[in-house]
Write a new protein. Structure first.
Length: 126
């Protein structure tokens, strides 16, 4: 299995584990106001989706071979997870007030990543 594929699937799996833990933390341990809880849940939900996406990109990399586009897409997903979900977690817990201001950059990272995946798949079909 190509190195990129292994790395992306490992990071995706660990992020899924972390998302599960953070979901439980948000539900059982944190006393959040309703708006903050909704933000937490949204950040957590996107972490789940994008982490599954990392696993998918890893599977594509295993099938298509080493691809700079897929590696870049995976890296952008990881950056997006930190900027989007991470900033929401930090802001809703009050650890870093205003951290959520960088969340849109994380969302942009996700969008560019999926565009790169589409380009990579398109190029291999030719």
């Amino acid at each position: 299995m190509p190195r990129t594929a292994r790395i992306l699937m490992i990071i995706g799996a660990l992020s899924l584990m972390t998302a599960t833990q953070l979901s439980a933390l948000g539900f059982h341990a944190l006393d959040l106001e309703p708006a903050a809880k909704e933000s937490w849940n949204w950040g957590n939900q996107l972490q789940f989706y994008q982490s599954l996406g990392l696993v998918l990109i890893g599977l594509l990399a295993a099938r298509l071979g080493e691809s700079r586009l897929l590696a870049a897409a995976g890296a952008l997903i990881v950056v997006g997870l930190c900027l989007f979900s991470g900033s929401i977690y930090l802001q809703t817990t009050g650890l870093v007030p205003g951290a959520g201001a960088v969340a849109p950059m994380g969302g942009g990272s996700f969008m560019v990543a999926w565009l790169l995946v589409a380009i990579a798949v398109f190029r291999t079909a030719r």
